[in-house]
Ligand binder design. Structure first.
Ligand code: UDP
Length: 381
């Protein structure tokens, strides 16, 4: 099966990292067509996945854009759609990995008579999308997609609630290669030295910097914890959230936490950094569609505390393989951090449970088999 993957982003967010794992087994039978140049292209190349940047101009529509703004961008899309239609004829299937990719992919599917699959990595709700964008996504998926792959039941439910057809959507969780998360102890010691983390209780936060990812909640929680508790914030503002970054630095200064919070920016050594932490915090204030970092923490054998909403609830059972706290409540988060600091034995047991369960449940080989099976139904239909 030959697959034309489409993704709008030049930067590697969760959806893009997931795409790497799905496209990899197809080798030269896949092409990833991007709508923007950037580090994601380099990452695909490093993974030997054929990639082409199909749009030279960034598409201006944002998740919260209005209908007028959307219509204005149609002219801009015409050359891109023409290119994608031509490419699609060389492939058996179009696989749209993002919302803008769905728009282009739907039209390309129509003109090239190739089936369309939409991988839904978002919770399609008004919290994240404008009414116009919600309607466009749902209507295009309903009309053109043979299959929608939702990254969690939470994403599936939101799709159906927004008017999406129940009979075209299947849940497939993100897959991970457990080997990637086995780290070398001496590397971790070096990293801890470099980052001056030795002797501290380190809470790691791994996410792009954006208000709804809730880094500010962790900073507030830290102020309520003993001095030895420090935090590393790993990730960058990928989509222009510079005001929030400034706000976070200001919050750290106001709370006098300069020596207890480190901003590390975007990093590609995530397994090593997770292994250098004592606890991983996920603090999204809006429901998280999936929450890759929660599974990554589990695979590294590190305890994880997550905000109790969206996909995170499907990944974490409180007290069995992690901890859940009410989103947006620093006091509750601080309480869990202190419990993990003090109750080391029970916390280690929970982290170990999580590693065992996650290694089986999210094994990339099994997840990729599920996807291949779903796709082969479509191409043989
Ligand atoms: N990540 C990364 N480098 C960073 C911060 C995050 O590679 O500096 C990765 C992280 O390990 C995870 C992904 O980015 O695999 C984020 O996925 P998630 O589902 O947590 O959030 P999303 O970006 O999709 O909203």
């Amino acid at each position: 099966m030959r697959i034309l993957f489409l993704d709008q982003s030049g930067k590697p967010g969760g959806a893009e990292l997931c795409l790497i794992d799905i496209a990899k087994p197809y080798g030269d039978r896949a092409l990833v067509g991007l709508f923007a140049d950037g580090p994601f292209k380099d990452l695909l190349k490093q993974n030997h996945i054929p990639v082409e940047v199909l749009a030279t101009q960034a598409i201006q529509v944002r998740k919260e854009s209005s209908l007028v703004q959307g219509l204005k961008s149609l002219g801009q899309l015409a050359p891109l759609i023409t290119k994608v239609v031509k490419k699609a004829r060389e492939y058996d299937l179009i696989y749209a990995n993002t919302q803008k990719a769905l728009v282009v992919g739907a039209l390309a599917s129509f003109f090239s008579s190739r089936p369309l699959v939409y991988h839904l990595h978002d919770i399609l709700s008004k919290e994240h999308f404008s009414q116009t964008n919600l309607r466009i996504a749902v209507n295009l998926a309903n009309r053109f997609a043979s299959l929608v792959i939702a990254n969690s039941q939470a994403s599936q439910t939101a799709f159906v609630q927004a008017g999406g057809r129940r009979n075209i959507i299947e849940v497939v969780y993100n897959g991970f290669d457990p080997k990637t998360y086995q780290t070398d102890e001496s590397d971790i010691n070096k990293l801890q030295q470099q980052l001056e983390l030795e002797g501290k209780f380190v809470v790691g936060h791994f996410s792009r910097l954006a208000p709804w990812k809730g880094q500010h909640i962790l900073i507030d929680a830290l102020a309520k914890c003993p001095q030895e508790v420090t935090a590393i914030l790993v990730g960058d503002a990928l989509f222009g959230e510079q005001d929030y970054v400034q706000q976070l630095h200001q919050q750290v200064a106001e709370l006098g936490l300069e020596n207890r919070v480190k901003f590390l920016g975007f990093r590609s050594d995530i397994p090593q950094l997770i292994a250098a932490c004592d606890l991983i915090a996920h603090t999204s204030t809006s429901p998280e569609p999936f929450g890759r970092v929660i599974v990554e923490a589990m695979l590294c054998g590190k305890p994880v505390v997550a905000a109790k909403a969206g996909g995170a609830i499907e990944l974490v059972k409180h007290g069995l393989n992690g901890f859940l706290v009410t989103p947006g409540k620093p006091q509750e988060l601080a309480q869990v951090i202190i419990t993990c600091l003090q109750e080391t034995e029970i916390t280690a047991t929970i982290a170990n449970n999580a590693r065992i369960i996650a290694s089986e449940r999210f094994d990339i080989a099994i997840i990729n088999q599920q996807i291949t099976q779903l796709l082969s139904h479509i191409t043989s239909a």
